[in-house]
Design a protein around this ligand. Structure first.
Ligand SMILES: [Zn+2]
Length: 81
């Protein structure tokens, strides 16, 4: 995996490892952006997720309509019962 991971977790003593995931939801001001086949960092001890600046920039570009998306998917929203 790429060299951009492998650093220490900021929450525990674990190591952040690069991992390719099928899909990851990113929260932003007005909702969510889902990226597929994205490489993220995951702490091997506590499971905290880390994102690269490049990934976050991409999410921001999609959220602000500056980058193309593959498709838009409706997400069900409900109040807790
Ligand atoms: Zn950790």
């Amino acid at each position: 995996m790429k060299k951009q991971f492998g650093y220490g977790c900021e929450f525990c003593r674990g190591i952040v490892r690069g991992k390719r995931v099928d899909r990851e939801a990113f929260k932003h001001k007005t909702g969510f952006v889902i990226l597929e086949q994205v490489v993220i960092g995951v702490c091997d001890h506590c499971g905290s997720r880390y994102y690269t600046a490049k990934t976050l920039k991409h999410v921001h570009a999609i959220a602000s309509g500056k980058a193309k998306t593959t498709r838009t998917q409706r997400v069900p929203v409900a109040q807790a019962v």
